[in-house]
Ligand binder design. Structure first.
Ligand code: PMP
Length: 463
């Protein structure tokens, strides 16, 4: 049936250039138009209901309706719809939010800088590090180490730290040889036969040490890591990994930047992923759940050592010339303040730990033995189910077969929105407010989609 000319689908195809979308395929297939939300569910413009298994983009932590957040935005818009922080201007929502973040930080932090997105926050962290090292009279100490499959955003600097080779190739990134990548801490694919998690972690820390020695420790400034990798396929590091990595970084005076854009605010079953994995960051970046994604805002927290170097810069290299028009915008800041209050009141950490434990257990019980499922991994309320062509060798399907995207499409039919990532890893990162009953419903729907996929792949002799 051809859609009417004035339908959302036709107008979308005619006018919207989508992020992360195959434009030619889109012209044929059209969009899924989401019109409204309720709790962990969204509804499309035809009225069909979906459980949002990814909380949108790992971000809608309080689901898709929340009157308190709407009221907080409305109140702030009436009182002061815009002000900024340049040249020492300020306003109450920015002050309140900074104070609340410092109080909740996983390690003593000194100051908070605000931006609008995870990418901007990571770019800001890079510029802070470069500025600080210029201010400290060590202009050669500038290199940034990321990890393959790490995701830190898509701007020129954050996209350079991101470790997805396909994304690099299409945009000529990394932008300079200041950006280096080390191995992904994924035991399932990266470990040698029989290698324990601890031995694998030791080997990765040794690799990091060798890379820093090769580059020259006097040229290496910082290491960026997500506590648990998200968009790279929900990769939970092997036991002892961060302990060993941090020892190497300390030895070479390399800063640790924790990218908590996904892990922050309860996702891994602690308030911060840094707490779950014993990380002591010098800089912490957060976004997404900071405002429950009702409005865009991100934050960069720095410890006192980094702050002192930034503060010294005024006298030596010139006043910190960095900031966005909307850094600390009062409306998203007011919404974020309300969000953090809600987290405290509902005990977000206890809830995520309890329901996350249930989700991890149920996913494994339901799918671990499935012939298409190679690995189920995750922690708290974030998980991935990796589909494989060969369970014994961990061999993935040919990417051309698009097995993961096909499961995502079938799941959509069953009423679940989920995400296919690298290696047909299917992501689960539902709103943090999800209940155990909703987790069961989500998994039952995915199960029906997986059964349908299995039948299709067998018919096509792919599985
Ligand atoms: N860091 C991490 C860990 C992320 O998951 C993302 C986005 N998924 C980003 C940074 C980039 O954030 P944004 O899309 O808001 O720029």
């Amino acid at each position: 049936m051809t859609p009417p000319r004035n339908s959302n689908a036709v107008r979308d195809i005619a006018n919207v250039l989508h992020p992360y979308t195959d434009h030619r395929a889109h012209a044929v297939n059209g969009p899924l138009v989401i019109s409204r939300g309720e709790g962990v569910r969204v509804f499309d413009d035809q009225g069909k209901e979906y459980i949002e298994a990814m909380a949108g983009l790992w971000c809608a932590s309080l689901g898709f309706d929340n009157k308190r957040l709407v009221d907080a935005a409305y109140r702030q818009m009436q009182k002061l719809p815009f002000y900024h922080g340049f040249t020492a201007k300020s306003h109450e929502p920015m002050i309140d939010l900074a104070e609340m973040l410092i109080e909740r930080a996983p390690v003593p932090m000194s100051k908070v800088f605000f931006a609008n997105s995870g990418s901007e926050a990571n770019d800001t962290a890079v510029k802070m590090i470069w500025y600080a090292n210029n201010a400290m009279g060590r202009p050669d100490k500038k290199k940034i180490i990321g990890r393959l499959k790490g995701y830190h955003g898509i701007t020129i600097a954050s996209g350079s730290i991101t470790g997805l080779p396909a994304n690099h190739k299409m945009f000529d990134l990394p932008v300079s040889d200041r950006f280096i990548h080390v191995s992904t801490p994924h035991h399932y694919h990266g470990a040698n036969p029989g290698e324990s998690e601890e031995d694998f972690a030791t080997r990765l820390a040794e690799e990091l040490d060798q890379v820093i020695q090769r580059e020259g420790p006097e040229t290496v400034a910082a290491f960026f890591a997500e506590p648990a990798m998200g968009a790279g396929g929900v990769i939970v590091p092997p036991a002892t990994y961060f302990e060993k990595v941090q020892a190497v970084l300390k030895k070479h005076d390399v800063l640790f930047v924790a990218d908590e854009v996904i892990c922050g605010f309860g996702r891994t079953g602690s308030y911060w992923g840094s707490q779950t994995f014993g990380i002591t960051p010098d800089i912490l970046v957060c976004a997404k759940a900071l405002s429950a994604s009702f409005l865009p805002i991100s934050a960069v927290m720095v410890n006192d050592r980094v702050f002192q170097a930034l503060a010294d810069g005024s006298a030596t290299i010139g006043t910190w010339g960095h900031g966005f028009t909307y850094s600390g915008h009062p409306v998203p800041a007011a919404v974020a303040v309300e969000t953090l209050k809600i987290y405290d009141e509902m005990d977000i950490v206890g809830h995520a730990k309890r329901v996350g434990g249930h989700m991890q257990k149920t996913l494994r019980a339901r799918f671990a033995d499935h012939p298409l499922v190679g690995e189920i991994r995750g922690i708290g309320l974030v998980a991935a189910m990796e589909l494989v062509a060969d369970k014994a060798t961990h061999r993935n399907f040919d990417p051309g077969a698009k097995v993961g995207p096909r499961l995502a499409k079938l799941a959509e039919g069953e009423g679940v929105i989920m995400r296919a990532m690298v290696n047909d890893s299917m992501g689960f990162s539902p709103p943090l407010i999800i209940t155990e009953a909703e987790v069961d419903e989500m998994i039952a729907r995915v199960g029906r989609a997986l059964d349908a996929l299995t039948v299709q792949l067998r018919r096509e002799s792919i599985a």
